[in-house]
Design a protein around this ligand. Structure first.
Ligand code: PGA
Length: 245
């Protein structure tokens, strides 16, 4: 694991965008695994800025998003489909039919997950996967549980995740209770993984993920077994690690 400590969210975002941009430049037909949430927003902002300056061409790339709420329409501003359109897809020259997100409108979870997994296999897997980390150590929507769920699956969100995500909704009641997510095996199959963490509320999860035992109770801890993981974390997210070391 390579850990890069940066000062703050802005520096994390710029460095993360640089890693993604370098991949797009060096491999214009690559498959990027993308994430949503507050963490990657800044990185997408830099990518859009560099695209507008003519530095990047997204026309050949394919994207595979990590997850999507179940039972949410694409028009819903809280859907990850909407998020990706708003922050990246509508602002760069990526081809719409090369952007892939699990279909949150489809009720048949088994079908969605099987088809999404097949889609990822059909493009020969993800080359570079971007990840955030949940306060409970989740990656994608792989919540702490008794086992590492291998492939795409439907997950019931934990109270901690509902609590963390309610800030995006008008009320806690509106936060979907279930989601479709890439599995841990799906994520671990990516050639390279870039995990971002910002803020003190991520410090404990990051510490457990990097220094704690490998356990499905901290899903991100599995990343200790992947040999191409880069973590970019700001001082606040690293605070527990620096304190402990
Ligand atoms: P956040 O979520 O970026 O909104 O903090 C990260 C995550 O839950 O993976």
């Amino acid at each position: 694991m390579k850990i890069i400590q940066v000062k703050d969210y802005e520096e994390m975002s710029k460095k993360a965008a640089a890693v993604l941009a370098a991949k797009v430049v060096s491999d214009p037909e690559c498959v990027l695994g993308l994430a949503t949430g507050s963490t990657p927003e800044g990185a997408y902002r830099f990518l859009v800025e560099w695209y507008e300056k003519g530095l990047l061409d997204f026309s050949g790339i394919t994207t595979m998003n990590l997850d999507e709420y179940k039972g949410i329409s694409k028009e819903n501003e809280q859907s990850y489909y909407y998020f990706m359109k708003k922050h990246l897809f509508s602002k760069v020259n990526i081809k719409e039919n090369q952007t892939c997100i699990p279909d949150g409108e489809e009720e048949d979870g088994e079908k969605v997950c099987r088809e999404y997994e097949e889609l990822i296999q059909s493009v020969h897997g993800v080359d570079l996967q971007l990840l955030g980390i949940g306060r409970n150590g989740h990656i994608g929507f792989n919540e702490p549980c008794g086992e590492f769920m291998k492939r795409c699956h439907c997950v019931t969100l934990t109270e901690s995740t509902i609590e963390a995500n309610k800030r995006f909704f008008e009320s806690e009641d509106q936060v979907p209770r279930q989601a479709y997510t890439m599995g841990i095996g799906t994520i671990m199959s990516a050639d390279r993984i870039l995990l971002l963490a910002s803020g003190e509320e991520k410090a404990e999860a990051l510490y457990q993920a990097v220094c704690g035992p490998i356990t499905p109770n901290v899903p991100a801890s599995i990343l200790q077994l992947h040999d191409q993981v880069t973590i970019i974390a700001d001082e606040a997210a690293m605070s527990k690690m620096n304190y402990q070391s």
